[in-house]
Design a protein around this ligand. Sequence first.
Ligand code: AHR
Length: 504
Amino acid sequence: MPVSSSTTAKVYLDSNRVISPISPLLFSGFAEHMGRAIYEGIYEPASPHADARGFRRDVLAALKELNFRAMRYPGGNFLSGYRWQDGVGPRDQRPQRRDLAWQSIESNQFGTNEFIEFCKEINTEPMLGVNMGTGSIQDAANLVEYCNAPVGTQYADLRASHGYRDPHNVKYWCLGNEMDGSWQIGHLEAEEYGRKAREAAKMMRWHDPAAQLVLCGSSSSEMATFPEWDRVVLEHCWDQVDYHSLHFYANNHRNDTASYLAYTAEFEHFVDTLSGILRYVKAKNRSKHDVYLSWDEWNVWYKATLTKDTQGEWKTAPHLIEEVYNLEDALVVAQWMNVFLRKSDVLKIACLAQIVNVIAPILTTTNAMLKQSIYYPFMLFSRLASGTALDVAVKAPMYQTTKYGDMPVLDVSASYDEAKGAMAVFIVNRSQTESMSVELNWQDRAPSMINCLHQLSGSDPKAANTFENPNQVVAVEVPAPTISDKAATISVPPLSFTVVEAQL
Ligand code: AHR
């Protein structure tokens, strides 16, 4: 199909066309013991911004604004060599260890209890990982006892002796990390992992029947073992788990912005394939139980490379994969979150990887903090997408991409929240040159007004915020049109993300 020169588009919204309730856990994060994510990111007692516990107050404030609903921790690849016992108890008795995943020194000054305090501070649910690499199923069960059991037995009493008499009541648990990857410490074949995860799950749930468990799915849709890994491990564990994970990192290695901005084609294909496997395994196992997807690592990551930027040279808190995000990256993040709403029937958890310094929306120095471009789309979705996701019909011109063929110029999702009396429409204009006049048509009840139009745009896809110039790529409010005859027209510039915030 030829590239269309048309610059108008129509979006049809109907509150009856519901895809699914939106799980708030789609707006979750991931914090790993890697580089400067924990040390010098969240926890930096030497910073002038540190509070009495050593947490960075400026970072806490920014994280609160992002409103993460759950936080995955402590890894990542780090998890597969982690002994959770190292990170609890008196700080001066915690061992320094060589972390083999990132070739760094782990001081263990921040561990499970500090993480729980951190989660309380930013009002988020902890999502703890158990080590399925070097760890045993007994270690996994012990950690559940340590966190969730009432006092009276060894590990619960150990927690109490560390100052936490009341159980932490951790609800979400990951059964290891990326166990399909040959790079993983203690990597297992699908059959081996399936059996080990099932046995760990049984023990963990005997300690706490309310535990919600996440199984390790494929580390990427590009893994040679995808999607067979997913089928095998799900067949072993179906009735013992609640979520199945997927991970993916997007890149623009080819510097092909047109294709990069059409990544949703790949994201949706990944989810659709896994969704088919979930249905297959449920049928094969003759089960009434449902398992949903947890996209518990997702982000753009490619400028900082695997070979150069992941080796810590045995330093504490080395600078690892401190990716600098630009405008086109922010537009990919925005579309990714559109996919979360469009696939909200099967996707219930998504964790932005990661939250501070390491492939993150926030960068720090000891004295300062920077919000990167991707901070803004995440913040807008997290604040405004609630209630139900709507199945939106979009009529937009197409454009050509080398990677995905013809793709629509607009990528759209919408949320509708009867209880809050609010709705939001999220629109990415992928065109690098054409501004688009978008007519929003409400098929049933139209909102009473558009409260606000939020927009992030720019002429240079590579523009990025820096400590010296922090406002290059930020979301701003632009004048909102009035709604008449159940329609309103907005203008979306090239290379832009627009959020229509409306009141019912
Ligand atoms: O987020 C960085 C790393 O990417 C994680 O440790 C790992 O799970 C993934 O490969």
